[in-house]
Design a protein around this ligand. Sequence first.
Ligand SMILES: *Cc1c(COP(=O)(O)O)cnc(C)c1O
Length: 406
Amino acid sequence: MQAPIPPMYPGGLRVGDEEEARVLEALHQKRLFRYYGPGEAQSQVAAFEDEFADHMNAEHALAVSSGSMALMSALAALGVGPGDEVVVPAYTWVSSAASAYALGAVPVIAEVNESLTLDAQSLEERITPRTRAIVVVHMRGAPADMNAVMEVAKRRGIPVLEDVAQACGGGYRGQRLGTIGDIGIFSFQYNKIITAGEGGAVITDSRRLHERALMFHDVAAGLRSDVQEQRRFVATTARMSELHGAVARAQLAKLDGILADMRAHRAEIVDNTSSDAAAAGVTWRRQNDAEGDTGLALIPLFADSDSAARATKALAAEGVPAHRVFSTEKPDYHMAYHWEPLIKMQTWSERTPWDLNPDAPTLDPSTCPRSWEILQRAVNIDVSPDLSPVNVEEMSIGISKVLRSV
Ligand SMILES: *Cc1c(COP(=O)(O)O)cnc(C)c1O
């Protein structure tokens, strides 16, 4: 590879004058807290919430300190608590499950299919009378099969939380991800599509859910007179700072450009390599809605785990930014297989969520054999928005070469 490939920090590498200007605006106004400050300065966080809700086509947006706190706020808003069960896919960042666990609930793992997202049939098999919420995760930039998931959820009367941490701005059949289920969450941690270093958001069309999430994320929000919800709650404090809000606003304005660039690069690489993939019997990860994909990764599924391991090495030798999605040896919290603290039912106290719900399944990786089989065959190739034409050409040549050799 002649030209160096930019590291995969899509929004992070585009931090520039716009972020600087917004942050300086907040500093010059000496307003660092979202709810008040000296003078007449507008809150950057409040402006970000308005702009984010607008962009995502949601009624309400709540900015929080992280994606994990967005998950907890959203699950609490949905009424998840001690002894409840929450279905989560076997492939997701551990926070999707840990947030339910932290609320005293039992995360129940369900299979993913060749799209690497929640399999609706497996979801249905995991539902019990104690299931209080379904977390569906749009992994590696691509939408889950929302029609199938929503069909099960509606029929069984269970609310759906969309975890959009890895697919900000993506869509499904013309709708923004995060607006199809009851509530959606985002992360602005540094690896995500747009970033403030840290940060998160909760979006929903329901005023009630929004107010409950608001009360969860701000211990004093129950004192507010504009909260209509009759019952008041205290929880934790996970507010977004004004400096993060300032960066997030500038990043949001760049989201469409980042998506357009990732999608264009990905499409070009797919074009250049698909015939070699087909000849090698390698398929791409199944798409539930190709148009809604954010384009941040290209994921070939090899015939077996060994070929995926060999291909990963060969891709690295070609300078292509690739990693195996899953191996049993390498601990990685993206796979329920490696969620040791949950598997061992460890908690901060001597009690566990199972004390209140002894019938709930324990987290047993052997209940998701299909997920492990598929994920071991998957190789992730990052598609940075900042690839140059030379990068795209060289990556395509490298990928084709490896495909022809496996
Ligand atoms: C990153 C991520 C989160 C958590 O976000 P943080 O901001 O790191 O807390 C949750 N879910 C998924 C799928 C993620 O990738």
